[in-house]
Each structure stands twice: as C-alpha cells, then as structure tokens.
Design a protein around this ligand. Structure first.
Ligand SMILES: *Cc1c(COP(=O)(O)O)cnc(C)c1O
Length: 458
C-alpha cells in the first residue's frame, strides 16, 4: 500500500499537538524535534499511514526509550563470580556506602585535615595495603593494565623487557603483553619456548640494554604436559646479579589464600612478594572483591620510581574507586567477617549444602507461580571467571528450567530472561536454562520467578 506523502504532517504541526506540548515539561525542545523527525521519517520510509494520535504516542514512546539509563543493575544467575560483562566484583555494602558518600559531597581526597595542606590521595590505603601484604610501599592506579604499563614505562622505558614465551598472554582481547610492552615504550625480548623456559634462557638473553624481567600470570589459559618455568626466586637472584628489576603481574590480587575456597593456581599478594620481586601488579576487582583499579606493591625505591613517572598522573585512580577500595580493604581488618561482607568472597565460599538450600528456595519461588515450564534441580559447575584463574571450576547446585508444556526452547527462555527488566543472565546447558544460585542474592528469587511466569505466558 502506498500513502499520500503530502498527508504526513510537518514537524511544526506535530509540535502543536497537546500531547506533544505536554512533553515539553520533561524533555528539551531540540530533543523533541529530533524525535519527531525520526518518527516522521520512519512513517515515510515504511509507507504505512499513521494518524496523528499514533504519531504522538510514538514520539512519546521513543523519547522515553531514548532517555532510559542503560547502565543499570542486572541479575547474575550464570554462577560466574567475576563476570567481566556484568562488572566483575560486586562491592560490599560498606564500599557502596563510601562511594555514595564521597559522590554526593566534597570529600577528604588529597588534603591534610590537620595542616590544611595538600596531601596525597594514596595515603588512604598505603598503610592498609602494606600491612596486608608485607610490601614496603604501594601505589594504586586506574586498573591493572595501567599498573603493568606504568611498571614497564618507569623501569624499562627505551630498554628491553624479558618475558617467557609461555607468558605472552592476551586477556580480554585488548590486553596483550607484546602490545602493552610496545605501548610502554620498551622492547619485547621473548625468552625460551612456549612450554619450556629455563633460567639459563633468561641469563643468555640479558644484555646491557635489559631494563626489566617481567612475569605474567597466565590468567585465562593453562599450558599442560611437558612444561617448565624458572622459579620467581631464581629470576630475582638473576636480576639482582645484573641490577635488573623483576616485576610479577599477578592478575588477581588476592589477600586470602583461595585454596580455602577449593581454588588452586593463585598466589596471594604477600606470598608473591616473599619471592623478593621488585614489584607485583594486580587488579582491584578480581579476587580482592573491590572496585576497578590496579595495585602496585613492592620495594619503596621501585614504587617511588613509578609514582613520579608522568604516566602515574595519567593513570590516577578517581575518588569514587578510591573510596570503594579503602572501604573494601578495611573489611579485611576483620578476618572473621570478611568472607561474609565482601560479595566475591561470599559467593566463592558458598558450600554445596548452602547452594542446595538456595537452589531449593529458588525452585520453590518459581514453582509457586510457574506451571508450564519444567523446573528441577541439578548439579553443575560454577566458574570463577574474570580472567583470574584458568578453567577453575567450583561444584554447584542449579535450578534447571526447560520447555515443559510451553513452546519455549532453552534459547528462547535465556533470551527472554535477558530482555527482562532487570536483565537476568543465565546459562544454557543440555537444552535447559541453568540458574546458578552461587552468584544470586535471596532478594533476586522473586524477580526471577516473576520473569519466568511472564515468559511462559508470552
Ligand atoms: C586481568 C588481568 C590484567 C588486566 O587487569 P585489569 O584490571 O582488567 O586492567 C592484566 N594481567 C593479568 C595477568 C590479568 O589477569
């Protein structure tokens, strides 16, 4: 069907409609005009006639859609504790409170209350970090990628950086060690082979231009079979002999030993420092359970070298993350309650017995209002995630949702859960949607049940 284009109203005409005039209370004139233009051009290109009432309601709907916040909360039923797409670590209540407080007013960021003189924003956590890790000194930047760039730039700018071929990692697509080294103004020297690198390989690679020996945790892969890497202690001795600093990029900055959660393959920050390295770098929003930031811990002289490099200013941590980090670290001042108060640790420490209870509770909430979908309980595995530990899985108990007498496939269900408001993320396994309570809070259960009830009606 073709329409008479001359019948399409002008923007000026639509602007005079009472329904549109009322919108001026909420939206600016230009925003309304742009939206009217969008609506009219879609009427024109679809060649479907629409009366004024429909046009006005479309304008209203589009304005409301366009002004919705997109960075909103979501429900993580994937069981992936550190889910990069869902914002990695969930902050503790005290960290969230601290962020709120310093966001809503002025704050003591870089000022000494006693003297009124300018201070350093680093003072808020230096003593906490050094106390928990045994480091001589600490510096916090924007994220761990920045911490690595700063370490290389400050210690080895214009020089050569030695790294084992088995540790040329790529994390999350954009963090690739060879590119990070190049961007830091240093030259990469690959040492050894992918699976086997010996201390003698490092020794042979040292030249007068060597500025740094870098170690990098293979956070998202594992080399198995016939493998060998020199001990960090031996790299440190070698470095000391030639006056070359050694930096260890840990990736995940744990204070607690994750073995207690059944997770192997990580080193706590204090253990990593005991090897004698010049510095370690780590993320604040992985196993530490804090905000996005990059921790640099190590020898006072080395950390000072980094702190005074011009990039330190470019990578400076912002006041909101700083508030969250300080509050997160203060949770570790009470080692009895920290596992309960930091969500990342709480999720990791959930036992099978607890997960069984949570799954049963979620199942019950769903079964009360859902009748067509088939609901049950199944055992499965949760991932730690966040590029923190390669393939590290934790046993879990999930609620299993499948087609039942509805017409919905598992892929339909998982899609519709994502389209829910708030969005609910789950995983599909063997033709069913699995809801993993490991990463859920009890107050999510009713929301999930309601969403499933709407989905089976659709
Ligand atoms: C995660 C990770 C990074 C990047 O840290 P961000 O805080 O995301 O910048 C760097 N190195 C390793 C080994 C990592 O695991």
């Amino acid at each position: 069907m073709t329409i008479d284009l001359s019948k399409i109203p002008s923007v000026t005409r639509v602007l005079t409609e009472p329904g549109v005039v009322a919108l001026k209370q909420r939206y600016s004139h230009d925003f309304i005009v742009d939206t009217i233009q969008d609506v009219l051009s879609s009427v024109r290109s679809n060649s479907i006639f629409q009366d004024m009432k429909t046009i006005v309601s479309k304008v209203e709907h589009q304005l409301s859609q366009k002004s919705k916040r997109t960075m909103v909360g979501a429900i993580n039923a994937t069981g992936v504790v550190l889910h990069t797409g869902l914002g990695r670590a969930v902050l503790s209540a005290s960290a969230a409170h601290a962020v709120h407080e310093v966001a809503r007013g002025h704050c003591i960021l870089e000022i000494d209350t006693e003297t009124g003189q300018r201070g350093s924003r680093q003072n808020h956590f230096t003593s906490l970090l050094t106390a928990f890790t045994g480091a001589e000194s600490a510096l916090v930047v924007n994220n761990n990628a920045a911490a690595v760039v700063l370490s290389i730039a400050a210690l080895a700018g214009g020089k050569e950086v030695l790294i084992s071929r088995g540790e040329l990692v790529e994390i999350g697509g954009a963090f690739r060690i060879p590119e990070i080294i190049a961007a830091s103004g240093a030259k990469l020297v690959e040492v050894g082979s992918t699976n086997r690198t010996r201390l003698s390989d490092f020794e042979k690679a040292i030249t007068p231009s060597t500025g740094l020996i870098l170690k990098c945790h293979p956070s998202n892969y594992r080399i198995v079979g016939f493998t060998e890497q020199p001990r960090v202690e031996d790299l440190v001795s070698l470095g000391a002999k030639h006056d070359i600093p050694v930096v260890n990029d840990l990736g995940s900055g744990a204070i607690l030993d994750t073995l207690e959660f059944g997770i192997s393959g990580t080193t706590t920050m204090s253990t990593a420092l005991k090897s004698g390295v010049s510095a370690i770098t780590a993320s604040g929003d992985k196993l530490l359970g804090g905000p996005q930031c990059g921790l640099i811990l190590g020898k006072a002289k080395v950390v000072a070298q980094m702190a005074t490099h011009p990039l330190a200013r470019a990578f400076r941590i912002d006041k909101l993350s700083l508030a969250a980090l300080e509050a997160t670290l203060r949770e570790y001042q009470n080692m009895e309650s920290v596992r309960n108060r930091i969500p990342t640790l709480r999720y990791l420490s959930r036992t099978i017995a607890e997960l069984e209870l949570l799954a049963a509770e979620l199942e019950l909430a769903i079964k009360e209002i859902v009748s067509q979908l088939s609901i049950g309980i199944t055992t499965s595995e949760s991932q730690v995630g966040g590029g923190s530990l390669p393939g590290e899985m934790l046993p879990t108990v999930c609620v299993r949702v499948s087609t039942g007498t509805s017409q919905k496939s598992a892929n339909d269900i998982v899609y519709l859960l994502r389209m829910n408001s708030p969005a609910i993320f789950a995983r599909v396994h063997a033709n069913a949607v699995l809801l993993d309570p490991r990463t859920l809070e009890c107050h999510d259960f009713a929301t999930i049940a309601n969403a499933l009830s709407r989905i089976e009606m659709e």
